[in-house]
Design a protein around this ligand. Sequence first.
Ligand code: PMP
Length: 418
Amino acid sequence: MANLSPLLKQATPVVVARGEGVYLYDQDDRRYLDFTAGIGVTSTGHCHPRVVAAAQEQVATLIHGQYTTVMHRPLLTLTERLGEVLPERLDSVFFSNSGSEAVEAALRLARHATARPNIVVFHGSFHGRTIGAASMTTSGTKFRAGFSPIMGGVAVSPFPTAYRYGWDEQTATEFALRELDYLLATVTAPAETAAFLVEPVLGEGGYVPANTAFMEGLRERADRHGILLVVDEVQTGWGRTGRFWGHDHFGVQPDILITAKGLASGFPLSAIAAPADLMAKAWPGSQGGTYGGNAVACAAAIATLDVIRDEGLVDNARVVGAALSAGLEKVAANTAGIGDVRGLGLMLGNEFITADGQPDPTTAQRAQQKAAELGLLLLTCGPFGNVVRMIPALVVTKEQVEDALAIWAAAVDFATSA
Ligand code: PMP
């Protein structure tokens, strides 16, 4: 008998047997409210009947048709349908299987298209665990340590994380853009800089939203210097933030968009989108892999799009997200242990701090563990692991949010009075 790898460290002891909507059931059929959604993946809920039906039908028709040999209908249809939700300019789509792979594809495309070597990323970034993506990840040493040499050509600039700096958003944004100019003047000249790679809301970095002035500042500098603006929407896409894309909040258009997670309700699928002339700067064979654009995953993604549209899930994320946010603020108002509640839509974080304002991962983890015991599954994030995040499926109702908030209040009370 083989054993589980020690690399598999679970945040909870739960072994799930099945999932339905916002709920997971363990082997003893105990029910949990799942506010992790497979790390923001099962956007339509666990096993949405329409996604299940589409996948089952596709499994029985064609499981795999490799795109370097033959094209298949689900990939073609999904490509067409993505035109309904992508920014109009980004009319060319390329598929892979995971967020990291799509990040790698965007990185290579940016270098190919500009013939420039360097990428600017932002403090608190998370872009994945392959060597290229990990080299562009700055939200924790654990993602980068021990496998050097990492990829070169990455420069890091501040993100407007107002709370951590103890500043207001405007001051943090002015600082971040000034530092970016300084970086472009002293570290990576524009003529050497292929792209700015940015998350609309820092994900693993602690659920910190960007803002309009910051994103406009990036767009303006990108235009001025011929640098590409690459937006990593792996976690923020598909309605998660209460708009279809995270960048929609800021009215700024990317040159390359990266998407995964919510795209196929749990099937492994990711994509990059870019203008066709930019995409044409790379060449067939330079990107991709055996399973990219798998037929079953594409069929599930088409059903996901239908469900999001027909059930008004983007609006639901905004409305129910506002109710969740208000409830979390109330819980935080009762304790000095939570210093900040923030996020957009159904992507919300609670930052735990010590009495002297330092990151407090111990209390965050205690609250998360207690919530799991009480039937609410949550995850932590942030460079210091002190942010408890809430990312339920977009089908979550106000009643389910009320149930979650009751458990959360009890878990926070337990954790902060220990
Ligand atoms: N980019 C972002 C913004 C992410 O949140 C993640 C995953 N948490 C990734 C990339 C990597 O995705 P994957 O784990 O599917 O490789």
